[in-house]
Design a protein around this ligand. Structure first.
Ligand SMILES: Cc1ncc(COP(=O)(O)O)c(C=O)c1O
Length: 424
């Protein structure tokens, strides 16, 4: 295998400049490419240097932000350790995730319980583990936090529409601005610290407008809270920052407007700070943005077939050893760039539906309806690299559906440059 020639290596430029979308999209980067090329068997590979650069680049775009990596996106110890060393904290969704974040070296003060869904036992366990900051979105939950984590800090999650995101995350989480005021007043009355507000604009958010709307909601709620004498010390913008390397269901690059998104976030943060009478910290909980483009899967071809479909049309199907249930859980919404051995470049291409190895019909790109271009000559056993596959791959994997085990995980230490000055 070889990389496309003439591509810019994002890591050759001074840190922490953000790599351009096209570079991320078209090339796995040297370290990942070398590891994939020498892999004789299937695996998922993470480039820790790439993840570190991504973290630094985010801080360069949004200086002073307290990054709390949403560890659900990549609960791999080496990845967590490499982020903790650089000063990142963690957004944990359960006591088990809190424990993992602590083992990775994070101080409890840099871990928050970011899940609004939790039992009394979960709250008490998190408190026992040293966590003192909790997300909430209901009077019931905040009352339970007051009982099982007395004196804790709480931030209230505001609902968003989820529009513009590939995964909206709406309805299940968040409350209205009016309810947020009620929830934080209840918190204060119960001896908790009404410390913040949060939003999540939906995962892989593709528009700047969604962030703009979130800032409008945050501004209105901060003003309403001020009227009740509640002055939060932070806003938490959640996750939603996009990965750059995904393709849509038809195999076309998604091209999220990341520059615009950062501009909206900078301007929105300034606006909120202008409203606040005391310093207002900015927290973010990126998940896929930090890891998606720095993880890739080495899989192999099971078979390229051609079969008549029920509609009478002939269709090619390319079955791979990796699919929805062992690493590519999000293949219903996005497609990943596939890189095949270079000798296939000579052969022609066909459009084929790409599918995983299991006996489940959901285990296919775009629900089995959207073919993408693949080499006509691929044969059973050929290696294939699946790019931008680092987010939610290890967490959304079954433990052996159809007897297929989770992919082994390899982290490339690489040369991780010094951590940036700013640590929050
Ligand atoms: C509370 C919370 N924060 C952050 C994230 C990370 O989102 P993303 O991967 O879109 O950055 C999630 C994802 O589900 C979440 O639920």
């Amino acid at each position: 295998m070889s990389l496309p020639q003439g591509r810019e290596d994002p890591r050759a430029r001074p840190r922490p400049t953000r790599p351009r979308a096209a570079a991320v999209r078209d090339s796995p980067g040297d370290a990942l490419a070398a590891a994939l090329a020498t892999a004789g068997t299937d695996r998922i590979v993470y480039d820790l240097t790439g993840i570190a650069h991504q973290y630094d680049a985010l801080l360069a775009e949004l200086p002073g932000t307290r990054v709390r990596f949403a560890l659900k996106a990549c609960p791999v110890d080496d990845v967590l350790r490499s982020l903790a060393v650089r000063g990142a904290g963690f957004d944990a969704a359960s006591p088990a995730e809190i424990t993992q974040a602590l083992h990775a070296g994070a101080e409890p003060g840099r871990i928050h319980y970011g899940n609004t869904v939790k039992s009394d036992h979960d709250i008490a366990e998190a408190h026992r583990l040293g966590v003192r900051t909790f997300a909430t979105d209901s009077v019931e939950d905040v009352t339970a936090i007051a009982r099982h984590a007395p004196g804790a800090r709480v931030f209230c999650r505001l609902a968003t529409s989820g529009q513009g995101a590939l995964w909206g995350l709406n309805r299940k989480f968040g409350c209205t601005p009016d309810d947020a005021v009620l929830v934080l007043r209840t918190a204060r009355a119960a001896g908790l610290v009404p410390a913040g507000l949060s939003v999540h604009v939906g995962s892989q958010q593709m528009t700047g407008e969604a962030w703009q709307e979130a800032f409008d909601t945050l501004a209105g709620t901060l003003t309403a809270l001020a009227g009740r004498g509640i002055v939060p010390d932070h806003v938490n913008l959640g996750g939603g920052l996009p990965a750059l390397g995904y393709r849509d269901r038809h195999g076309n690059p998604l091209d999220p407007p990341l520059d615009k998104i950062f501009t909206v976030i900078r301007e929105g943060t300034d606006r909120l700070r202008g409203l606040a009478s005391t310093p207002l910290a900015l927290v973010m909980e990126p998940g896929r943005h930090l890891v998606a483009d720095h993880g890739a899967v080495r899989a192999h071809v099971l078979r390229l077939t051609r079969r008549r479909q029920p509609d009478g049309e002939d269709a090619h199907w390319l079955y791979l050893s990796c699919g929805k249930f062992n690493g590519l859980y999000e293949m219903d919404q996005v497609t990943h760039r596939l890189v095949f051995p270079t000798h296939h470049a000579e052969a022609g291409r066909v459009r084929a539906v790409v599918a995983g190895p299991t006996c489940d019909s959901d285990d296919a790109y775009g629900g089995g309806r959207h073919p993408v271009s693949v080499p006509r000559s691929v044969a059973s056993g050929d290696p294939v690299w699946i790019l931008s596959a680092g987010a939610y791959a290890t967490s959304y994997t079954t433990q052996g559906f159809n007897g297929i085990r989770p992919l082994p995980c390899v982290c490339l230490p690489g040369t991780v440059p010094d951590a940036p000055e700013e640590r929050h």
